[in-house]
Design a protein around this ligand. Sequence first.
Ligand SMILES: *Cc1c(COP(=O)(O)O)cnc(C)c1O
Length: 562
Amino acid sequence: MEKINTSDIRNLFPSDDGNLQQRNLMLELMGQIVTGVDELKDPESVYLKGQKDRGPAFYSDIVNESRIPSTGQPLQDVNKELLKLLYAHPYHTKYFLTNILPMASIPGVLGMLAAFMVNGNNLWDVYGPAGAEAEVKVVSMMSKLVGYNASVSGGYTTWGGQGAIFTALRLAINKYSSAASKSGVPSHLYSFCSEAAHYSLYKSMEATGLGSDNLIKVKTNEDSSMNVSDLKEKMEKVIQSGGIPIFIVATTGTTDAMGIDNLEEITGMADLLAREFGISRPHIHADSALGGFFAFFNEYDFTLNPLSFHDEVLISLKEIQSRMRHLHLADSLCFDFQKLGQTPYSTSLFLVKNAEDLKLVDLDPDETPYVGHRGYGQYHTSYTLECSRMGSSISIYSALLAFGIEGYQRLLAQFVEVNIAFRRTLAREIPEAIIVNPNNPGIITLFRIYSDGQSGYGSELSGHQSYDQVDQTNQLNEILFEILGKGRGKMFFGDTKKHLYVPTSDGKRLALYATKLFVISPYTQLEHVEEIVGYLKAKVQETYTEYRLKHPGGILHEEVYR
Ligand SMILES: *Cc1c(COP(=O)(O)O)cnc(C)c1O
């Protein structure tokens, strides 16, 4: 590769005239990165190759050694340093089963590349016309997918599912009080979400100044969806004590169990309650960051089944879609494209049913403020919390074009199919491992092992176990977490300490620990399921052995020592 003369500082930039020499140089440098990563790949491991000693002194050593070089290094050498950063990095092979941490697809990466080549600023369409155009396109595409009226809806790309929740809460506050943006947030406003919701709302309550004490957590049903009667009771209680419910987050696809809140019931109940008490209906945000992508099946013909999905897959998809088809009832929602949209971080899309709502949080309320409702040159995003914005809409656009509805359907159906096979094999091979989200079809399986045969889960759910008993099973499961953690270079599983709060026989409540298998890599195929479960089986046996050492003469049933 040709060495770049960095004394001419222009050589560190792409050309301004499209000359062949600079283009080839840039392509070669990109090729060095792509090839370098390929050389680190090992499909039998969850980590890229390369030695990294991330010991206790790892970061302090870095702090001591890091200095800006006084003269610039050749780009080829810089690339070598970049590749070293990737040594032993987790990679999305077939054994990558830990969480919603997907691979970035080729169209997703190319979309970013296209955006970076012009480096527009999405703050204003004159500065970033490509990003603005793509943003209007993807807002319209996704609006139509969920059933919003695209000429009334609006939205923009933002900083994560969390950013979407934050802005939805800003909208809720300003809908209730037009003075709030000037005089501050009234203290008697309340938000609601389920116990299984993402902590984003908790953080947003803190950051808006409402305070997390004004966040009311609603109980969940056994399928991790929000218990709507409990929501109703808690809203009534707030109103009767002088508070105002302004915001409900309905999680449509929880991050642990993939529970899906019933938007039809929630919006219906909230409407009735608002009428009864003569208040405005709270703003309802569907936290569809993860699960919203199953709306790609909204138009799928489940009878003709044109993509020939297996019956079981079809049943699962239909069940998920039967809840996702209500997304349009929400006042706002979100698609985290860096999750199931197959694009790089951060590519989250926030959608509002009525773009007019964005006026409430705009700097200049006299102006029509929102994407797609203004002429060229008038589109600046003073309603976003960011000032400068990246053109991440271009990556989203690229993925939507490349996958198409059918591509997403195939990918999601593959994840679902592998997950079904995993559940079946797990039940057959490791009967001590009980699936604790059996009523949540999808791409996630949560399972929990018990020390006394198979009776545990049912009696936990029905409140027949004491706090100590449940806690002891949690400790058993934590040993499994640790054992799986040690082996995660081979297979990388997830876990949660927050699956379902159960009542105990001594009048307390606590959450269940469970191991998580998340089908997220396109490289995890049906034929790998047996091996994955075989690996788990050995780790579960190890767990029982270790548990018995820790609890000699404990309650462990002999039967599990087969
Ligand atoms: C991931 C996730 C979030 C947070 O999204 P970020 O993009 O990480 O900010 C919020 N809610 C749900 C349901 C999620 O799955």
